[in-house]
Design a protein around this ligand. Structure first.
Ligand code: NDP
Length: 314
């Protein structure tokens, strides 16, 4: 149950998301009052902010903020604000987010394994052709990022039979698959990857991580699945690796600029599958439930988790 005191929540959302979230929030949290910037709320009244790409400096206008809740799992769009109020930034972790992300990862890893793009291209030519594919047990999937999503995906990929390995910032001694940590272990991690999955947050450390040198360390013919953030990949380097054949195909869900501009070469590249940042969307009902837990925890004197570590950027 939401606390009896009226809580005023500011929602800063792009037009296409506003009604989707606000309609559900108003139904699910009837005791709270929701405002958008267009409502010109009294700054002192606002105690919580739910935001996606708020204009930089905007949140500093609200002196009584207790917490900032960014939409989705990525927080880079909020942390980029130099004037961000000094209150906890709380991640909107939802229970089914990892499930849906793992479905996406397994789907596309299997599509790559079973050469679905080539089979569909042959069908478009009415061409009956022999396709021989390795078994999942012969294929190594490397996961960049062993957080909530990476660890969950590792379990699902292993269940299908893939050989799994992972890379994170800090060592994972209890991992039941090979886990590598830090830049010094990156070449060893990459050296055996046939499929590379990115589930890293976008931070100053991971920006542009997947570049020409990085890609050259993957097995020839390796493929890429990026379900995290576009800025992690140097697009021109990936395009060059796809065109040379060193990288066989890529499934990309996130892009440096979203929506992906219609003129972008990824749209029509024969080796690229573009999905519109839908690997694991933040569903309004689940977000409302999470918002309620966060607010109740804070209003009763507790600290919800996870709180974003501003120093590491995630
Ligand atoms: P977590 O914070 O739980 O995990 C992040 C992982 O990345 C950790 O294992 C962390 O290492 C690792 N990491 C961070 N920085 C580095 C670095 N510099 N070098 C090596 N490893 C690093 O995040 P989630 O698993 O919840 O989410 C991951 C990302 O997925 C989100 O940030 C978001 O961008 C993306 N996402 C995309 C969605 C979509 O629909 N496309 C939906 C949801 C999320 P360590 O364990 O050592 O801390």
């Amino acid at each position: 149950m939401m606390t009896h005191r009226a809580i005023s929540i500011l929602c800063v959302l792009p037009d296409q998301w506003r009604d989707y979230y606000l309609d559900t929030f108003r139904e699910s949290l009837p005791h709270a009052r929701f405002f958008t910037p267009d409502d010109a709320p009294v700054p002192e009244d606002i105690t919580y902010a739910f935001v996606l790409q708020p204009p930089h400096g905007y949140l500093a206008r609200f002196p009584n903020l207790k917490a900032i809740m960014p939409v989705g799992a990525g927080v880079e769009h909020v942390l980029a604000d130099d004037a961000l109020p000094d209150v906890p930034v709380i991640r909107m972790i939802q229970p089914d987010m990892a499930q849906r992300m793992s479905e996406y990862i397994v789907q596309h890893a299997l599509n790559h394994l079973r050469r679905l793009r080539q089979i569909q291209a042959a069908q478009a030519r009415s061409e009956w052709k022999l396709f021989v594919c390795p078994a999942a047990t012969e294929v190594t999937v490397g996961i960049l990022g062993l957080g909530r999503l990476g660890m969950h995906a590792a379990g699902y990929l292993s269940a299908v039979g893939f050989r799994v390995r992972g890379w994170a910032r800090t060592p994972k001694p209890d991992c039941d698959f090979p886990a590598f940590a830090g830049r010094s272990e990156l070449p060893a991690f990459l050296s055996e990857c046939d499929v590379l999955v990115s589930l890293l947050p976008f931070t100053p450390d991971t920006s542009g991580l997947i570049d020409e040198k990085f890609l050259s360390l993957l097995n020839p013919g390796a493929s890429i699945i990026n379900a995290s953030r576009g800025g992690i990949i140097r697009d021109e380097d990936l395009m060059a690796s796809l065109n040379s054949g060193h990288i066989s195909e890529a499934t990309l869900d996130a892009f440096a600029i979203e929506p992906l501009p219609a003129s972008h070469p990824y749209w029509s590249h024969p080796k690229v599958t573009v999905t519109p940042h839908c690997a694991s969307a933040a569903l309004a009902e689940a977000v409302a439930d999470r918002m309620q837990v966060i607010i109740e925890t804070i209003e009763s004197g507790g600290t919800p988790s996870p709180v974003v570590d501003r120093a590491s950027g995630y």
